[in-house]
Design a protein around this ligand. Structure first.
Ligand code: C5P
Length: 227
């Protein structure tokens, strides 16, 4: 297949308070975006679309050049929107004509191992469905109303969804064209359009860097040799 990875990196990073849009905050010597691109460059797809805040396109091209070097012509950089869903839509509009499989990935999941990308691509190819990487839920879950526990929730059938989420291109474009409301993720939008979504194993290293504590965790993991 001809695979494109859309890396959404247009979030503001308000919760991270890193002094820059989140993707441009440094983990070690390298930014969150650069680490995310490193994971993709290990097995480069046909196209990488990087979606960044308007005005940051040049910075993204510089980061991409340092990662992809003379293969940099596979990179497209576009400006994102006010919501993640709008940013993904901007990325979809920039896909090359011959791309048939699309992975949508949060730059904030900067340490995602290359093997997760491979598992998602293989399962999209095998099944023709949408595919999400998932982890089991480890916390004990409760349903709560007005600060009172109303029910214990059985976590056995529940999973936590990660990215990259993979889709056949035509079906994903169809789902985006029909999406009325904002959805929690691309898989939810895809399912709302009537398409099947399957799962593969995710990875604990694919956690999303959201808070300063998440950034500390990523720094610690990199110092101890991850991913
Ligand atoms: O805000 P949150 O952590 O859920 O964002 C997940 C991913 O979506 C991040 O990589 C962020 O940069 C991206 N995003 C985006 N455009 C937005 C909001 C978030 O590309 N408007």
């Amino acid at each position: 297949p001809r695979v494109a990875v859309i890396v959404v990196a247009a979030g503001s990073g308000t919760r991270l308070a890193g002094g820059a849009p989140k993707a441009f905050v440094g983990i070690d010597g390298s930014s969150i975006l650069r680490h995310a691109l490193d994971g993709i460059a290990a097995a480069p797809p046909a196209q990488v679309v990087i979606v960044v805040p308007s005005g940051r396109e040049g910075d993204a091209r510089t980061e991409a050049l340092s990662v992809f070097g003379d293969r940099n012509e596979l990179v497209t950089v576009v400006a994102g929107g006010a919501t993640r869903q709008q940013s993904v839509a901007a990325g979809l509009a920039a896909l090359w004509a011959d791309v048939d499989t699309v992975l949508v990935h949060d730059a904030a999941r900067a340490l995602t191992p290359p093997a997760v990308f491979a598992r998602v691509i293989d399962e999209v190819r095998r099944s023709g469905a949408g595919v999400i990487p998932m982890r089991p839920v480890v916390d004990t879950l409760k349903r709560v109303a007005d600060a009172v526990v109303t029910e214990a929730v059985d976590r056995t059938p529940l999973v936590a969804a990660q990215t990259p989420q993979g889709f056949p291109r035509a079906a994903l474009e169809d789902a985006y064209a029909r999406a009325g409301a904002e959805h929690t993720d691309d898989a939810a939008l895809f399912a709302a359009a009537g398409h099947e979504v399957r799962t593969v194993d995710g990875d604990d290293l694919s956690f999303k860097i959201t808070t300063p504590a998440d950034l500390d965790r990523a720094r610690h993991l990199l110092r101890s040799g991850a991913p």
